[in-house]
Design a protein around this ligand. Sequence first.
Ligand code: NZQ
Ligand code: ZN
Length: 392
Amino acid sequence: MINFDFCSPTRFIFGRGVEKQVGATAAQFGAKKVLIQYGGGSVKKSGLLDTVTASLREAGIAYVELGGVQPNPRVSLVREAIELCRKEGVDLILAVGGGSVIDSCKATGLGYYYDGDVWDFYCGKATPAKTLPVGVVLTLAAAGSEGSNSSVITNEAIHMKRGLNCELTRPAFALMNPELTFSLPAYQTACGAVDIMAHAMERYFTNTPHVELIDRMIEALIKTVMHNAPVLMENPSDYEARAEIMWAGTLAHNNLLGTGRECDWASHQLEHELSGIYDVAHGAGLAVVIPAWMKYVYKHDIARFAQFAVRVMDVEMDFFDPEKTAREGIRRLEAFYTSIGMPITLKELGVPTDRLKEMADNCKETDPSDHSTGHFIRLTHADCYEVYKLMA
Ligand code: NZQ
Ligand code: ZN
């Protein structure tokens, strides 16, 4: 195990009806005027926005609203939100939605105190120093942004999607009622399950030895998601299954499962190129990327991939041919994605193959001087190109 520094300061309030506590909770964090950000309208349709505004009024908190956050949230709307916060004297930003809305709010909070363009943080030109606090009413279990230190923003003018890791962006509080996710379309629920599993897998495939406790916690989390996601394909209003998945989504990405180990993250970088250019759902993109990445790297540590196959995918260990066991684990993962309606090839995702080289060349982490990605195996642009070709 390697040294770590783990702080998950978010207050999580979980269960039926907790969204009604939003006013009182925001007041506890000193809020006087809130900017509510939301997406394309699901929260209006469900009546959640009315519940939230009523609770704020009851707590004596003023608010302004900004809807229209798109999946793969755009920097242009973030810029608009920053101006609105300054003009209105906002002191807390409230995300009512999923990962895209939360990330838009996180970026707004960082940009509020910065004189330059907020995109500077996402392209590595500047480092944030301060933020407005962000609160969350979660409507989608997927990105884990309600507890994470990350935000991912798309600069639509240059088709570039970039993530920022920054401890300042961990939300102050998150209100999590699984019932709010009953209305999700099956496709979105499945995308969420894939993303949650991906956050666990990015941490699982590590070169760090002696990480048994977290290995087993990750395995339990992935198995829990694989057990409950199919339940939701049959019955989207199963509260207990929604609850398991919602809490798994948070625990997969608040970095408890990254403690004491080096994590990978190449699959997320590879996916961000896909959703940056083609605007596909992040989870669907990951269902295509992850098996391809696995096929490209598994020989680096066959024992770890065989462990994954046996403990998570219930493959019987072939002691004479562990490689076969490892490959069967990847095959079963693909079969699981297919069973919940996820694509596993670029064709199924609806993405053409004519820009793979360009995506590979752009695939890198925030540091503009570093042209490689991932840690399990450090992937060069040439490697990324090979992984993309495996997705075709
Ligand atoms: O916009 P509305 O109308 O609200 O509809 C949304 C949106 O179309 C809909 N939706 C959300 N809650 C709903 C609902 N529809 C019906 N009922 C509900 N209760 O779902 C659609 C997708 O929403 P979005 O927020 O985009 O999904 P998700 O939570 O998967 O977030 C994806 C974004 O998060 C980023 C991704 O890259 C992507 O941009 N990520 C953020 C991370 C982080 N900040 O830590 C980590 C992740 O790896 C991920 O990269
Ligand atoms: Zn993700």
